[in-house]
Ligand binder design. Structure first.
Ligand code: IMP
Ligand code: MG
Length: 181
């Protein structure tokens, strides 16, 4: 039976979102922005964050899937593309977690290629020790260790997204993390 250990409480998340909302509101200063959420994990974070933003905004979603990260780490497939045009627009990409960085690197490059005026990244969690490609995180919720976490949008096999906190999944079923090299 899987055991859950709370890593970041709902109160800690709520407090951090207020701070991030204030930072983003200050930096964008009435400048219109398109918030792009990366499905599905970022949805909880995005919905709570956008309620703290006092900037004119539109929202859109993007979904990718990656194949066997150990065999072809760079290969990221687009499953759902944006509905809105981002040409000449300022984009704030919202992600739940940055792990190796491959997914974000691909999405950031694509949004820039499509002519966005600026693309910034806001990620709730940063697993910095797991990074394999460099990604600049403009707004970061929390840095966490190289652990497999669930909750607040993050899943293991589509489960646990509804937990109101971030937890470490301690289970025989939990995916193996590569050992530190
Ligand atoms: P990256 O391309 O390695 O940075 O992978 C990012 C994606 O992997 C995230 O959007 C998550 O969907 C997933 N992911 C990475 N680490 C975790 C974790 O600890 N728990 C749940 N999903 C994770
Ligand atoms: Mg996932």
């Amino acid at each position: 039976m899987a055991e859950l250990k709370v890593l970041i409480s709902r109160e800690q998340i709520a407090k951090r979102i207020v701070e991030l909302g204030a930072d983003i509101t200050r930096d964008f200063a009435d400048q219109p922005v398109i918030l792009v959420g990366v499905l599905k994990g970022s949805v909880f974070f995005m919905v709570n964050l956008l309620k703290r933003l006092k900037v004119p905004l539109a929202i859109d979603f993007f979904q990718t899937s990656s194949y066997g990260s150990s065999t072809s780490p760079g290969e990221v497939r687009i499953r759902k593309d944006l509905d809105l045009s981002i040409r000449g627009k300022d984009v704030l990409l919202i992600e739940d977690i940055v792990d190796t960085g491959y997914t974000l690197r691909t999405i950031l490059d694509l949004l820039r290629f499509r002519g966005a005026r600026s693309v910034r990244l806001c990620a709730l969690l940063d697993k910095a020790a797991a990074r394999e490609v460099d990604v600049q995180i403009d707004y970061r919720g929390f840095e966490i260790e190289k652990l497999f976490v669930v909750g607040y949008g993050l899943d293991f096999d589509e489960r646990y997204r509804n937990l109101p906190f971030i937890a470490v999944l301690d289970s025989e079923d939990a995916p193996d993390l590569p050992s530190p090299s």
